[in-house]
Design a protein around this ligand. Structure first.
Ligand SMILES: C[C@H](O)[C@H](O)[C@H]1CNC2=NC(N)=NC(=O)C2=N1
Length: 113
């Protein structure tokens, strides 16, 4: 099943972080995302470009809806013509399969804002 067709599961503090091997495999499914270490925490990051602030804001709100539906919440930075989205799992201070599912679902929102 593709990542975008899967559902986030509730994430507990004892949930497994993805292994280095899983990370490599999962990154191939979301090729426009990059792993980034921020404040010592491994995250998934992607920047989306838009024509203006309004479109960037509309996309931001769609990502917000997705987050509420999944019960999993990203960091979103909205600027003129640009939205930066970062997914990680606070409960484990790192990456869980949920983050890859949400990254794939974020990509699917593109063009629908
Ligand atoms: C109770 C609630 O489901 C949890 O606090 C959720 C909310 N959203 C979350 N989002 C993210 N990205 N990581 C979490 O650990 C997390 N926990």
């Amino acid at each position: 099943m593709t990542l975008a067709n899967q559902q986030c599961e509730a994430c507990q503090a004892d949930a497994p972080k993805v292994s280095d091997e899983e990370l490599a495999t999962l990154m191939r499914e979301i090729p426009d995302w990059a792993p980034a270490v921020i404040d010592g925490v491994l995250q998934l990051e992607r920047q989306y470009k838009f024509k203006n602030f309004r479109q960037a804001l509309a996309f931001t709100n769609q990502v917000g809806e997705l987050a509420e539906n999944e019960g999993h919440h990203p960091e979103i930075v909205t600027e003129w013509g640009k939205v930066t989205v970062r997914w990680w799992t606070h409960a484990i201070n790192g990456l869980h399969k949920n983050d890859f599912i949400c990254a794939a679902k974020t990509d699917q929102l593109l063009g629908t804002e």
